[in-house]
Design a binder for this molecule. Structure first.
Ligand SMILES: [Zn+2]
Length: 82
């Protein structure tokens, strides 16, 4: 399998975290996906795409169990007045 972006052939299945933004929150979904080591392009198969779509839908309906692993922080405008 060659990468369609950079034509490299160093594509390996690795653990990645997909990110979904839900309101002010970010939800990470750990999945395994083939990734081009040269340019970072991710290759999702149909099954993975469907899984992610299902999860995204459930997230919208708040039908999933989530574990808090960190905070999402916003840089305040007031810091720029210094
Ligand atoms: Zn590539």
């Amino acid at each position: 399998m060659k990468c369609v972006i950079c034509h490299g052939d160093d594509i390996k299945v690795v653990d990645v975290k997909e990110e979904f933004v839900v309101g002010n929150d970010v939800v990470f979904i750990p999945i395994k996906v083939p990734v081009c080591k040269t340019c970072g392009e991710r290759y999702y198969d149909r099954q993975t795409m469907r899984l992610l779509e299902e999860i995204e839908e459930k997230l919208g309906n708040a039908q999933v169990d989530l574990k808090e692993v960190g905070k999402v922080l916003m840089y305040e405008e007031t810091n720029r007045n210094v």
